[in-house]
Each structure stands twice: as C-alpha cells, then as structure tokens.
Design a protein around this ligand. Structure first.
Ligand SMILES: C[S@@+](CC[C@H](N)C(=O)[O-])C[C@H]1O[C@@H](n2cnc3c(N)ncnc32)[C@H](O)[C@@H]1O
Ligand SMILES: [Zn+2]
Length: 427
C-alpha cells in the first residue's frame, strides 16, 4: 500500500490523475458517463437519494489547459477528434476530447504489466476504441467484452438494446491474466461448447474438439475436461444488471454488479495489487477490490457520490476500517519538485535553443520567464516537465491561460497546425 491507495477522492479525476505517480496502479476499471444525453438521479428514499450526475456534453466540459499533450504527442488523434464533429456533432467531439485527456493520464499511471477496462456502450464505443488504439497501441487491444443483461425497458421499434461494451487493453505484452481464477462451469449440454462428448477410462467427461489440418494433413484436436471449467468467452451472459430490491443495490444511478467487478479484478490483478477506478460512482470497484485483498483508489466528482460511498465503505461487512477520503489534489513523489530557479532556466534555455516557446523568437536568457505550462491552479505542479521559457510578451499574453490560447495569438506555427490548435476553442 502506498500513500495514494485505499483513498477515495472527491474531485475532477483529471486533476487527481495529474497528481498520481507514473506506473503506480495495476488495473484501471472505468465506467464513465456514456454520452447518453441524460441526467441520472437516484430514486427518492434509496440509500443514494440526492445523488445525480449529468451525461450531456459541450465544449465547456473540456479542460483547455490539458490540450497541449494531445496536440504535441497525438496529432493523429487530434485529426480524428476533429473529424468527429462533422460525423456526429459537437457534443460527441467534446465528450471524446474529455475522455482522451483523461485516458492519456491513465496510461501514464498504469504499470507496464497493467490492464485497463473501459466500460461503455455502443453510443461511443467505436470512437473510444480508436482513442485507446492510439494511446495504448493497437497491438495492446485484448478484448471487446459484450456484457449482456435483460433488465430494463424495451423499445417496440427495434431489437432490445441489452448490452454494454467493455474494452480491455494492456499496457504491454507482459500483462497479468489469471484465467484459472475466473473459470466458469463448462456445461455438458450439446450447445455449450461444441465437439464430441467422451468419457476417459477414469470416468471423467471431456469434449473432443477438432482443429484445422496442418501442412502434413494431420488434424489437431483438443481435449477439454468438463470438471476443469472454462475461461469465459468475450460475451458475458451470466451476470445480470442490478434489479431493485437486490441487497447490494444502493440506488446510485448506473451502479454495476459486484460480480462483474470480481471477474475483472480476479482476471487482471493479484492480491496486494492496486485497482483504480477514476469514475467510481458508489465505489463498486473499490468494494470488490477490498473484498479480494487488493488495494484501491476511487475518484468521483460528485459530493453525493462520496456520501453514499463513505456509508457503503463503512458498512460493507466491516471491511473498510481504514480508508482515506480526500478532496485535495495529491502531489506526485516520483518526480522532483523544484521551484523555478536559475538552473532550471539555463537547462530550458539550452533545450529551447534560446527560442521562446510561444512566438519562437530568439532572446537572451535574461529576457525569459519560467512559465508553468499547466498553471498550479489547474493541477499543474512545480516539476521540470511542467516548465517552459516564454518571452515577456508571450508570458503576459498567456497569463493563467492554456498554451492553446497563446498559440492562437501567435503567427509562428504553420497554417495547418494553427487550424488544429483552434479546434473547439472559444474565442
Ligand atoms: C456511470 S457512473 C459510475 C458508476 C459506478 N461504476 C458504480 O458502480 O457505482 C459515472 C460516474 O462518473 C462520475 N464522473 C463524471 N465525470 C467525472 C470526473 N470528471 N471526475 C470524476 N468523476 C466523474 C459521475 O459523478 C458518476 O458517478
Ligand atoms: Zn515569445
């Protein structure tokens, strides 16, 4: 356990993420709002009464201070996001930008052996997959899990929309996957698995499944013993959504079943690992992690979510005697905190080869100011990576604003880049 874990944060996860150490968590499960254009509220009289969150998006939701990393590190993604406006409209573009800013940070805090599960639905899963392909690398895409359920209303005008999508990515090839810990029963019925049912001479039932022929014309076959169970397929039909009246239900809107989180946590983390849910709602992932002897970090922006969550964490089988509830932004301790000083100025001067990061003009070192790229008031820290040199004029123009503001005011970037940088930004 480190100083960041077994902690519930009430704040915007973008700020909290920015204060977490790189490569510090083993598993990220996120269940963000899906861009459903609704506001979700808990029923009056439920444990969560008063809790609500909105799922409608506009450019106001995008934090412009955090756009710079997208522009510099993921220019193709910027092109893609811009094109969403034409295909689907401004709200989707804003939602995907909002998610991208956070996914970039999640990728940073995830360990090399870690995995991320993004829970969404068909409204935006196809756009989110492209974002994840770019940030995690398309080769680190592991599964598109289709979680099927049967509760809730049905339309008469089409097939019932009864599944969510969970996109699973790893950070590298060396990821944790404990298939044996999540095995389910292999049914003996004909439909369940295919192949021929057989019994060996000790009386154990198995299925004989034939594969394809190899170059020598030999057919490969596989034996699956029924009593060994099977790793679930990528469509999950055995975990239903929570009905009212079920004991674990708090009434918090969109609460997910513990069984779903148990499967994910067991498969992709080990005891003692850190499970992180940056959109934790009523803390289902944190409760499941604690039950499975993992450490956890949860974040939710809504104060009401914290109230339910504190109650739930204290309640649940007395599991949670020691946890921390914070509203402030944590400080990374994996990077050296340094106040702006002459050494930093000289180092940056060499790095920028005497050019201003705003107007690109050359100046003497004495004419430069050290600027916080992300201002401290927006979660930016006193770290070398967050410093740059600006000339006096650019420094005054930028003030406490995002870099994009300064860049749109200077004429030094070529037309293409400038048009990118103005995307979505209010005048
Ligand atoms: C779909 S719900 C999560 C439900 C959760 N999985 C559960 O089982 O209770 C999404 C949550 O994200 C939270 N949220 C939205 N934007 C956020 C942000 N920027 N930072 C932190 N939490 C946020 C909402 O308040 C809401 O509780
Ligand atoms: Zn300048």
């Amino acid at each position: 356990m480190n100083k960041f874990t077994n902690t519930l944060y009430t704040n915007d996860n973008l700020f909290i993420l920015n204060g977490l150490n790189s490569q510090s968590v083993d598993l990220i499960y996120l269940d963000p709002p899906f861009n459903s254009k609704r506001t979700y509220s808990a029923p009056v009289g439920s444990k969560s009464a008063g809790a609500s969150f909105k799922d409608m998006w506009s450019w106001e939701d995008v934090n412009e201070f955090y756009l710079e990393t997208m522009f510099t590190d993921y220019p193709f993604l910027v092109n893609f996001i811009q094109s969403i406006e034409g295909i689907y409209g401004k709200a989707m573009m804003a939602y995907i930008t909002y998610m991208t800013q956070r996914i970039i940070q999640m990728h940073r805090v995830l360990k090399e052996t870690g995995s991320l599960y993004l829970h969404c639905d068909p409204t935006a899963s196809h756009y989110l997959k492209i974002v994840l392909d770019r940030i995690f690398g398309k080769n680190n895409f592991r599964n598109e899990i289709v979680w099927c359920y049967s509760h809730g209303g049905r339309s008469k005008k089409g097939f019932g929309k009864k599944h969510d999508i969970i996109l699973r990515y790893s950070k590298s090839n060396a990821f944790t996957f404990n298939g044996n810990d999540v095995k389910i029963e292999m049914k003996s019925g004909k439909k369940s698995f295919g192949g021929k049912m057989k019994i060996d001479n000790t009386g154990r039932k198995y299925r004989l499944v034939y594969g394809t022929k190899n170059s020598k014309g030999e057919t490969k076959y596989y034996k699956y013993y029924l009593d060994e169970g099977k790793i679930p397929e990528d469509y999950w039909t055995d975990i239903n959504s929570l009905q009212s009246g079920v004991a674990e239900r708090t009434g918090y809107p969109t609460q997910k079943p513990l069984a779903l989180l148990h499967r994910i946590i067991k498969a992709s983390s080990c005891e003692g690992d850190v499970v992180f849910d940056p959109f934790c709602g009523c803390a289902t992932a944190c409760v499941a992690a604690q039950q499975l002897q993992r450490h956890w970090i949860g974040i939710d922006i809504e104060k009401q979510a914290a109230d339910v969550l504190v109650e739930r964490l204290s309640d649940d089988a007395g599991l949670f005697k020691d946890f921390i509830h914070r509203t402030d932004i944590p400080k990374r301790d994996d990077v050296k905190e340094e106040l702006p000083n002459q050494n930093i100025k000289e180092k940056l001067y060499k790095e920028q080869q005497g050019h201003c990061n705003g107007c690109d003009n050359k100046y003497l070192i004495k004419d430069f100011h050290i600027d916080h790229i992300i201002p401290k008031s927006k979660g930016g820290g006193n770290y070398y990576e967050n410093y740059q040199l600006l000339c006096g004029h650019c420094n005054t123009t930028k003030g406490d604003r995002p870099m994009e503001y300064l860049m749109t005011k200077t004429n030094k970037r070529d037309e293409l880049l400038r048009s990118k940088l103005t995307f979505g930004i209010r005048n």
